[in-house]
Ligand binder design. Structure first.
Ligand SMILES: C[S@@+](CC[C@H](N)C(=O)[O-])C[C@H]1O[C@@H](n2cnc3c(N)ncnc32)[C@H](O)[C@@H]1O
Length: 491
């Protein structure tokens, strides 16, 4: 979330006006607006001599980036789609590219991600916080433009009115106009002060609203971080879209090749390059599968598995939970250079197919993709020399990539996942030979899924030593909050 101009804070600090959401009230809200509105700030929309805003009087075609963004919000709400997967389809459908595609992406991602703040702001402008879901989506998009983007007020409001007219009908257009004009009178900071709990009395509750995270997620992240002074930075980092990082799969592509495509080397992974901009699919090495899009934290997890020191045989590697295949593709390239082979194993057949696509450029014979259940292994105990368990997890360490995921997860998910994670780690330790290496990883920093899983399984078995562990953080490391523990089965 980019900081919003603070000049609006010079406008009235009185409670926002309330607008009823019943069918007739939109019209009355529209009529009553000029007579009873508090002092206007210098940046508000112009009024016509008839008393209504000029922006609602004109009929314009809906602009395509905003229409596309609304389609994404609808797909996420109605079809439970993933925004990052549905976005490319929607952009194609509306024929958007370049700046228009970037605008639609920012609108959709920001409105979904920040709804934990925007909804209380919108509700503060209604006497009854009941809205048609489509109208609320339009208001979320408008609020994002007003509070977190550099879109001029009049453009944010008029395009939202056009959008609701086109998507829902004339009925709610007055309400949308009135609510957004009320919101436009204050800065982001002023609205946070208005709708979030007092930080002095409820610091986590304040952060939950101000940084738009569910309260239970703030609690778990605060516990994992163990440093309340950094929690605001972490939550803010979750709200910033990550830069695109590429991996040059060794032996197939070089970092120099990716740098030439317009990138900068990452600090810690020797194979990583941060792209300066543009479409990663347009990079030849990426489209050919010799390189891929991969967060630096994920690269470091794969390297923790491949680089851990090992006595004796080092020929058989297993990626137990491989789908969709980012780490498997890096591991296959590393294994091939070392004369080892990788089994990339995944329970879901459709995700196993994604793994096969991800490793398509790996040298022949270096990797086999297998669909199967890691809880019912198809191999003899002690088969492998190195195993990666990149366990299914809550994903609370990758919130910046998946705008909707924080609103979909529940605390109960974590309880269910912990049981699965323990069984998979136990199975991985059975699968590795005595003296062999297992790396247990999650893209979650939640202690129940990370250190507590490792401690429980290692403590129970009595045949395993912990060699190393790390926890990465978006605000400190610029990566997803990846956790990895390197374990050695005693010889
Ligand atoms: C965190 S993702 C792995 C990400 C992957 N390593 C990558 O880098 O692309 C976890 C994967 O584990 C798979 N999975 C879940 N339960 C499993 C099981 N019992 N056995 C094997 N794989 C499983 C999920 O389908 C999911 O694809």
């Amino acid at each position: 979330m980019s900081p919003r101009r603070s000049s609006r804070s010079t406008t009235s600090r009185a409670s926002p006006r309330c607008w009823c959401s019943s069918p007739g009230s939109a019209r009355s809200a529209e009529r009553s607006w000029p007579r009873s509105s508090p002092t206007r700030g210098p940046r508000g929309p112009r009024r016509s001599s008839s008393g209504s805003t000029s922006v609602t009087d004109r009929r314009r075609p809906v602009d395509r980036p905003r229409r596309a963004a609304l389609d994404v919000l609808t797909a996420v709400r109605v079809d439970e789609a993933y925004a990052n997967l549905v976005l490319p389809q929607v952009l194609r459908k509306h024929g958007l590219a370049g700046r228009d595609a970037a605008l639609a992406t920012e609108l959709a991602s920001g409105a979904i991600r920040m709804r934990g703040l925007y909804d209380p702001v919108i509700d503060a402008c209604l006497t009854r916080p009941r809205l048609q879901p489509e109208v609320r989506d339009v208001l979320r998009l408008g609020t994002h433009q007003l509070l977190s983007m550099r879109v001029p007020d009049h453009a944010a409001i008029s395009t939202s009115v056009d959008l609701v007219r086109a998507a829902v009908g004339r009925g709610p257009s007055g309400l949308v106009n009135a609510v957004l004009r009320t919101i436009s009178r204050r800065s982001l900071d002023d609205w946070i002060a208005e709708v979030a709990p007092d930080p002095a009395h409820d610091p986590y509750g304040h952060l939950a609203v101000a940084r738009s995270h569910p309260r239970w997620v703030v609690d778990l992240l605060g516990q994992a971080l163990g440093a309340d002074a950094e929690l605001d930075d972490l939550l803010a980092a979750d709200n910033a879209a990550p830069r695109v990082t590429l991996v040059a799969r060794p032996g197939l592509a070089t970092v120099e090749e990716l740098e030439a495509a317009g990138g900068t080397r990452t600090a810690r992974s020797p194979y990583g390059v941060v792209l300066d901009g543009g479409d990663p699919a347009a990079v030849a090495a990426v489209s050919e599968g010799r390189a891929g899009v991969q967060d630096e934290g994920s690269q470091l997890v794969a390297l923790a598995m491949s680089e851990a020191s090992l006595e004796g045989r080092d020929e058989r590697w297993l990626d137990l939970c491989a789908g969709p295949g980012g780490k498997a593709a890096l591991l296959a390239a590393l294994a091939a250079r070392r004369g080892a082979t990788l089994v990339a194993h995944e329970r879901q057949p459709h995700r196993a197919a994604l793994v096969a696509a991800a490793v398509r450029a790996a040298p022949a014979g270096s990797v086999s993709v297998v669909a199967g259940d890691g809880m019912r292994p198809a191999w003899v105990s002690g088969t492998f020399d190195r195993v990666l368990v990149d366990a299914p997890c809550s994903g609370l360490g990758a919130l910046r990539r998946r705008p909707e995921s924080r609103w979909r997860r529940t605390p109960e998910d974590v309880d269910v996942l912990v049981g699965l994670q323990q069984v998979l780690l136990d199975g991985a330790l059975d699968a590795v030979r005595p003296g062999g290496i297992v790396v247990y990883a999650t893209c979650s920093p939640v202690v129940a899924e990370t250190s507590e899983v490792v401690d429980a399984v290692v403590g129970r078995r009595g045949d395993t030593d912990e060699v190393a562990r790390f926890q990465l953080w978006p605000h400190r490391d610029g990566t997803d909050a990846m956790f990895a523990a390197t374990l050695r089965r005693r010889a």
